[in-house]
Every structure is written in C-alpha cells, then in structure tokens.
Design a binder for this molecule. Structure first.
Ligand code: BTN
Length: 246
C-alpha cells in the first residue's frame, strides 16, 4: 500500500493527490482529510465536506484495457463492502453514486466518487479516485434540499463506524478495482458486480436535462445502455437522472 497523507483541513484531497501523482508518487498513495474547504464533485459541482465524513483520494494505475469500468468498479466494490460489513442496502447509480434504497422512500446518496486521469512520471497514465462517504452527518450544516437527499452510515450502525475503518474499506475497494481490471477474468467479475448493483434498470432517465430513454443495462466498457422507442443508445458521460416511480 502506498504512503498516506493526512490533514485535518484541506481544500481538496483530490487536488492534492493529483499534485502528488504529477510529482511521481507511487501507486496506492492516498490523501485523507477530516474536512475539505473546496471539495469537488462530478460535472464541476462542489462536494459539501463537513466534519464527520470520510474524504479520501487514492492514486491508481489506469487500466490499459477497459478503463471506463474503473470508476464503476470502485463504486461497486465499495457498495458491496459497505453492504457486507454494515448491512447498508446500497445500489450503484451510474456512473458512481452509492444510493441507499429503502422501501417507501426515495433513494438517498451515501457516497460519491470522482475519478480524474493524470499523467504520472512513474505510472504513465494514472487515475485518482476520490471518494466521499457520509459517516456522521450534522444535517443542520447542509443546505436544505441536500439534507433530505443524503444518507449517512450512522443511521445503519451504532455506534457509527470509525473513519479509519471506513477509509480501509474505501482504499481496499479502489485498489481491488484496479487489480480486477488488470485481467480479463477480473474485468468479467467487475461487470457482473456492477450489473448486479446497477440502479434504475427499467426506469426512464434524463441525460443533461433531456428525456433520453429507459435504462436497459450496463455495456461491456461501462457505458449505460438506454432503450428509446425506436433504438438503443449508449451513454458515456453526462448527468443522468432517474425518474422515480410514484
Ligand atoms: C460526486 O458525487 O459528484 C463525486 C464526489 C466526490 C467527492 C470526493 S471527497 C474526496 C475527493 N476530494 C474531492 O474534492 N472530491 C472527492
């Protein structure tokens, strides 16, 4: 396992890990912070990072085959670990949100994953996987629409897990995902797990605000396959929103 940098407060573990990657840090290097002042999410959004959450970025080699599966596989392995260890009912929303699914309740986000590619003098192309997990949550510190749409591990585990324990699961999920994608057999297992956990199959979605079809499946390279009234389309990027059943 690579070296670990720890901060009480940092702008973004992701930005720090990207800097370390460009400087030649080894595979498995990780940056952890107890709070972030400029946490980043996908699609140039910000990521609220109050104390009580796990904020961690890990440096991984970019798989030469099936690189598109890496973000999903990190999410799927983490969902599976959190399900096994803490009995949290989780699904994987494409491309890499972990959603808690409960009967008679809209899904709520427990974790988000951001992956950035970077050129590293030691690893060639590399990927920084940044993971935020809500562990303990002071809902009062969040803007109100957000506070209702998020979930935290403390709701499922008493006493709440230690941040170090959640970090160990996150790091194992990230390194394990990269390991799986270094072989074809591992890539098959990755696809199977991602497909098993995929959220919203059969439900209509919008992509970047436009109705785009109904989720059919996950493609071989991690693309989301949608059925339209006449066709099948593959989505490789964008803001996918699932229309919930009423
Ligand atoms: C998303 O859901 O949009 C992805 C959120 C990723 C947040 C994590 S927290 C650790 C790392 N540092 C960041 O600035 N972002 C990621």
């Amino acid at each position: 396992m690579g070296p670990r940098e720890f901060y009480e407060t940092l702008s973004s573990t992701q930005d720090r890990a990207l800097t370390l990657a460009r400087e030649g840090a080894p595979e498995g290097t990780r940056v952890v912070a107890r709070r972030q002042t400029r946490g980043r999410g996908r699609l140039a959004r910000s990521w609220e990072s109050p104390e009580g959450g796990l904020y961690c970025s890990i440096l991984l080699p970019r798989p030469s085959e099936h690189p598109g599966l890496l973000p999903l596989t990190v999410g799927a392995r983490l969902a599976s670990a959190l399900r096994d260890v803490y009995s949290v009912p989780l699904a994987l929303k494409w491309p890499n949100d972990l959603l808690v699914r409960e009967p008679d309740r809209p899904p709520r986000k427990l974790s988000g994953i951001l992956t950035d590619e970077v050129a590293s003098p030691t690893l060639g192309r590399a990927v920084v996987a940044g993971v935020g997990v809500n562990v303990r949550l002071d809902r009062g510190s969040l803007p109100s629409p957000l506070s209702e749409s998020v979930a935290a591990l403390e709701e499922f585990v008493s006493p709440p897990p230690e941040l170090e324990d959640v970090e160990a699961l996150v790091v194992a999920a990230a390194l394990g995902a990269a390991h799986w994608l270094s072989s074809e057999e591992g890539a098959r297992r990755a696809r199977d797990l991602c497909r098993e956990l995929l959220y919203g199959v059969g439900r209509p979605v919008t992509v970047d605000g436009r109705p785009a079809g109904t989720i059919e499946a996950l493609g071989e390279e991690g693309e989301l396959l949608l059925a339209t009234s006449t066709d099948r389309v593959a989505i490789w990027a964008g803001d996918v929103r699932v229309e919930e059943a009423r």
